[in-house]
Design a binder for this molecule. Sequence first.
Ligand SMILES: C[S@@+](CC[C@H](N)C(=O)[O-])C[C@H]1O[C@@H](n2cnc3c(N)ncnc32)[C@H](O)[C@@H]1O
Length: 252
Amino acid sequence: MGLALAFANVKSDREWQHWGSTDPFWAVSSWEGKRRSDPTPWTAEELRALGESDFGDVLGHWSHYGLRTERCVEIGCGAGRMTYPLAACFRSVVALDVSRDQLMTARHLVGERIGRVLLCLVDRPVVPLGDGSCTAMFSTHVFQHFSNYDGIERYLMETFRVLASGGTVCFHTPVPGAHKSVERPAPWMAIRNLKVSVQRAIGLYSVMEFHRYQPSRILGTLERIGFRDRELRIFAMSSNGDLHSFFFARKP
Ligand SMILES: C[S@@+](CC[C@H](N)C(=O)[O-])C[C@H]1O[C@@H](n2cnc3c(N)ncnc32)[C@H](O)[C@@H]1O
């Protein structure tokens, strides 16, 4: 399993490194008409505003669920779209990504809030922090792109290790019935993802892989790892009206 996982993640990482260097803003928010080559590509101001708006929607739920705002680890921070509002909410944020270019973009996007943010380059699903050193984990639009489920499980186990007692997770990954980009039938998704793997194997990085998982699978993983108060909340983002599925859980 170890070798297969390493192989799968390296493949996916290369694709994300490609996106981070060619079109970092579009790579994190792949909206129609917002590529670097389009007449009106994303600007840093627009991406910050989008992050503030989306995080505002999430924070309403996370606050209701209950969170401690000392130190948050963000998995897959990309261009810093969500790191920016996270840095206003938490005393400090440790933001991880596999793309060096995305981390450099995030440094600029986060701007004057950078004093509260530590950016970390990772090359596998490991959280490079000590046991019990964080009070929260956040991730959005990341796990759905992993080549296989093992990467998600591994990150959740790592999260459990680095969280202090009472620490919470809040992460997005699509489930059937939510998220327009993955509402296609399962066979269509499987064929598309196979095509992506083949293209990736020959060095074509023009597409992204998407996966969705049954809520029971993710909630079961959280339970097995030891999390309690496991919840799935599905709500629309004000920015685009699309339903997003966020999982919440707490370390005992
Ligand atoms: C679609 S972007 C989302 C970025 C950000 N979370 C947001 O919502 O704006 C996915 C990000 O996950 C990063 N990523 C992909 N695989 C990763 C991994 N195994 N560990 C950490 N980050 C990863 C990519 O480099 C990319 O920046």
